[in-house]
Design a protein around this ligand. Structure first.
Ligand SMILES: Nc1ncnc2c1ncn2[C@@H]1O[C@H](COP(=O)(O)OP(=O)(O)OP(=O)(O)O)[C@@H](O)[C@H]1O
Ligand SMILES: [Mg+2]
Length: 245
């Protein structure tokens, strides 16, 4: 067990990573649609907020009202945590909504300026306001990094380095757009956790796999992941029946 780690709140996971996620680092969650990324992130925040660690959830895709409604089904305590400002949800609705006045032709620059720095300073403000020690960014796929490969590398590295200066433990979600390719952020994040979902014998399976976690003796194998009406739980190692035809 490590001392400098925070529990995830997901039954069955902490014992695979020496007690929890390394504290004050940025952890990357990768996975295909519906694999449980958002559920994991919210479960992590709810667990913290219930135990004296406030949290900030930054939604870059869905409107925060939708996220709260959906997550409240599994985690009914969210409403109270939000009222008590132990958990806050933020989004970029003002930038992204067609209904918003900001979506005027002459403001296009502003709409597109969701740069890593914009997000970082919004996040920093929210963390300060709520005295948070956990945050989630769901997801970074929409942040506009420069298209130039060398600059993009530098920007992502810089972004993650700045996140690590927040004195907060962070979950950064990223959609797995190309499962056959490593994405740059995987190299810079402190840890990488994969969420898998796949079909076998006409049945859908979900699994979780800790790909890397710096400074930690961790499990490497695919473990069964269950999404229940009360959140995620991690089970046994998946058994494989490899068929050759
Ligand atoms: N109450 C529930 N009981 C069991 N499973 C549920 C329940 N609510 C949602 N789910 C499952 O969780 C899935 C959604 O998980 P989640 O939103 O965490 O995935 P995600 O990886 O964030 O997806 P996306 O890429 O779309 O953001 C649903 O598709 C559904 O299969
Ligand atoms: Mg999601």
């Amino acid at each position: 067990m490590r001392k400098d780690c925070v529990p995830t709140g997901v039954p069955g996971l902490d014992e695979l990573i020496e007690g929890g996620l390394p504290k004050n680092r940025a952890h990357l969650i990768l996975g295909p649609p519906g694999s449980g990324k958002t559920t994991f992130a919210i479960q992590f925040l709810v667990d913290g907020a219930m135990n004296g660690e406030n949290g900030v959830y930054f939604s870059l895709t869905d409107a925060k009202s939708n996220v709260i409604v959906d997550a409240s089904r599994m985690f009914p305590q969210i409403k109270k945590l939000v009222e008590e400002e132990k958990l806050i949800f933020l989004d970029f609705e003002d930038y992204l909504s067609y209904a918003s006045d900001l979506w005027a032709e002459e403001r296009k620059e502003e709409v597109y300026s969701m740069t890593p720095a914009t997000l970082f300073f919004e996040l920093k403000r929210a963390i300060k306001r709520t005295n948070a020690s956990r945050y989630v960014i769901d997801s970074i796929s929409l942040i506009k990094f420069s298209g130039v490969i060398k600059e993009e590398l530098r920007e992502i590295a810089r972004f993650i380095r700045n996140l690590s200066s927040l004195n907060c433990t962070g979950i950064i979600i990223s959609e797995m757009l190309d499962p056959g390719r490593y994405s740059i952020e995987q190299f810079f994040a402190h840890s990488v956790i994969f969420f898998h979902s796949f079909m076998q014998n006409n049945k859908m399976f979900r699994a979780i796999q800790i790909m890397k976690m710096r400074g930690t003796k961790h499990d490497n194998n695919m473990r069964a992941l269950q999404i229940t009406s009360r959140g995620l739980r991690v089970g046994d190692e998946l058994e494989w029946t490899l068929k050759s035809d």
